[in-house]
Design a protein around this ligand. Structure first.
Ligand code: MLC
Ligand code: AMP
Length: 525
């Protein structure tokens, strides 16, 4: 397939800028050196076909605009805007400008935003023009300049970019300098910012490119959000580092994914992508014939889905395991057995051990324990939380993931559960504590327990068990209405159950396992 472009967007690859001293930018540009006019990103809904030269020219213009907005090296650039090539260029521009990129889920409400902004104190905040009225006062009160960008790229960001210099001298950044902060919810309900360095992201991109054999011939269906590790660090970084092309979709849609497959060689997704495609009549051997690799992660891929996929398409999905704090840790092999229900082997250069959770003592293969990780991918710590950071690391540098797993005699890692109270729904992490606190504050509620149960589409779905005062009993609709303004939609319970009391053990601890087992079919059908 020829992917040389003739596009109105053509810009010469900047010759003035030398990325050699900016650790991550150097890696992200490495795949395209000498191939400036090759296709980098194709957004068919917007009719955009952008070459590497176009994308890096845009990134340099945004880097200039970011610097002009007063952003200095090590400052934060926070973005809560719909997925677009402009947001991707802001990510690259932020890296070039030596600042830290802080993307946020577009579903977050003003209450959730308030915490992120006051915690990260960004110098620049970019949001949708429609949200400006709500978010700008919070951002400016915290010292940020505000720019806007909608799903089509319109807004004051584009204006600033148009007026900015079209080349930018990359700010030198060393391996250990901060590149991104990604917020990940905390068990106490307070989100923590995971600090990822240039070397964390660059090393993971190169490792995954090589392990999964990505090259400049690849065309990736990119239908993931770009505010999380999967869509940003795995999909974008690997594709750029390989010099491949991305078919950029606003969000996942099974019809569109199937329509794109004849032009693609790879797809990355959360398990929901695969279960939704399996429900589509169009999923056949023929429809998927041109795809080289289907990759799944962010949540467990049921072994049954893996097998059904093979039966319907002839492809074995390649499942991998990662997290915000570490990017990717393990992967099933490219060649060799992709074993259903497992997440494969530690990636090259990354060490994994399974330990006794209380003591950290390493356990032999075959024994279930806590998964711990050490390697160049492991983050620098939680933003302004040195004690929390110290708690999550062993003295010898291993990071305690909070996942429970086992390593087989032949080295395959299987994740069997989590020691953290966490729900993963459609690939999004949801911490029950945050939802419980909001429900408990509602008039007439005595207490609540939030837990995950099997969901046919999202893998797990959120359920709330609520104990009410007898005289002023709010119904389920009242409870959802009360929390909705403060809680992103994906975190809101899909069912509310009323109990006379919560099940507790002899220590008084709420038995979430009992709740999960007793209500396992609440969201089925
Ligand atoms: C949407 N909804 C969700 C949801 N997504 N509810 C629970 N969990 C989710 N993940 C809500 C919607 O608001 C809507 O509410 C209803 O559920 C149905 O929406 P939909 O239109 O069917 O959903 P859709 O918009 O298609 O989104 C589903 C999805 C999306 C799976 C495509 O959630 C998604 O792209 N997930 C990927 C998340 C991701 O990238 N995770 C990576 C994290 S990084 P209503 O009531 O209005 O209908 C990481 C590290 C690693 O974990 O290892 O990768
Ligand atoms: P996040 O904090 O959003 O980065 O989510 C990371 C968590 O997702 C991990 O700690 C795991 O619990 C889970 N996860 C990621 N990939 C997989 C996978 N392939 N199988 C099971 N769980 C996974």
């Amino acid at each position: 397939m020829s992917r040389t472009l003739t596009s109105v967007y053509h810009s010469p690859m900047s010759t003035r800028s030398d990325y050699a001293t900016n650790h991550l930018a150097r890696t992200l540009r490495s795949g395209s050196v000498g191939r400036g006019q090759a296709l980098c990103l194709d957004d068919r809904k917007r009719g955009l076909r952008l070459s590497y030269a176009d994308i890096f020219a845009m990134a340099e213009r945004y880097a200039s605009a970011i610097a002009q907005a007063g952003v200095k090296p090590d400052d934060r650039v926070m973005v809560q805007a719909e997925k677009s090539v402009e947001v991707m260029a802001v990510y690259l521009g932020t890296v070039l400008a030596g600042a830290a990129f802080v993307p946020l889920n577009t579903a977050y409400t003003a209450r959730e935003l308030e915490h992120f902004i006051s915690d990260a104190k960004p110098a620049l905040f970019i949001c949708d023009p429609a949200a400006r009225g709500t978010f700008a006062p919070i951002a400016t009160a915290n010292g940020a300049t505000v720019l806007t960008c909608d799903a089509t790229g319109s807004g004051t960001l584009a204006e600033a970019g148009a007026n900015a210099a079209d080349s930018f001298e990359a700010i030198p950044r060393a391996a250990d300098d901060l590149a991104c902060i990604l917020y990940t919810s905390g068990t106490t309900g307070r989100s923590k910012g995971a600090m990822l360095t240039h070397a964390n992201l660059a090393s993971n991109a190169e490792t995954l490119r090589d392990y999964w054999r990505f090259t400049s011939d690849d065309v990736l269906i990119h239908a993931l959000p770009i505010f999380h590790a999967h869509g940003l660090f795995v999909a974008i970084n690997v594709s750029l580092t390989a010099g491949g092309a991305m078919l950029f979709e606003q969000k996942f849609d099974a019809d569109r994914a199937l329509a794109l497959m004849p032009d693609a060689t790879a797809m990355m997704g959360v398990p929901t992508f695969y279960t939704r495609l399996l429900h589509h009549d169009g999923l056949t051997f023929e429809a998927t014939a041109g795809i080289r690799v289907f990759i799944s992660g962010s949540a467990p891929l049921p072994a049954e889905t893996h097998r059904d996929w093979t039966a319907r398409t002839g492809h074995n999905i390649l499942e991998r395991y990662g997290m915000t704090e570490t990017a990717m840790n393990t992967s099933n092999p490219y060649d060799g057995e992709r074993r259903p229900g497992t997440v494969g082997f530690p990636l090259p250069g990354i060490e994994i051990r399974v330990t006794e959770p209380e003591t950290g003592a390493p356990l032999p293969n075959g024994r279930i324990g806590g998964i711990e990780i050490r390697g160049p991918n492991v983050f620098k710590g939680y933003w302004q939380m040195p004690e929390k950071t110290a708690e999550e690391f062993r003295a010898d540098g291993f990071f305690i993931t909070g996942d429970l797993g086992v390593i087989s005699e032949d080295g395959y890692v299987t994740i069997v559960g989590r020691s953290k109270d966490l729900i993963i729904s459609g690939g999004y992490n949801i911490y029950p504590k945050e939802i419980e606190s909001l429900i408990d504050a509602i008039d007439g509620v005595v207490e609540s327990a939030v837990f995950g149960v099997p969901h046919p589409d999202f893998g797990e779905g959120v359920v709330a068990a609520v104990v009410r005062q007898p005289d002023a009993a709010p119904d389920a609709a009242t409870i959802i209405a009360a929390i909705a303004p403060d809680l992103a939609k994906f975190k809101q319970p899909k069912a509310v159950l009323f109990l006379d009391e919560l099940p507790r053990n002899t220590m008084g601890k709420v038995q979430k396992n009992t709740l999960r087992t007793d209500n396992a079919d609440v969201l089925q059908g």
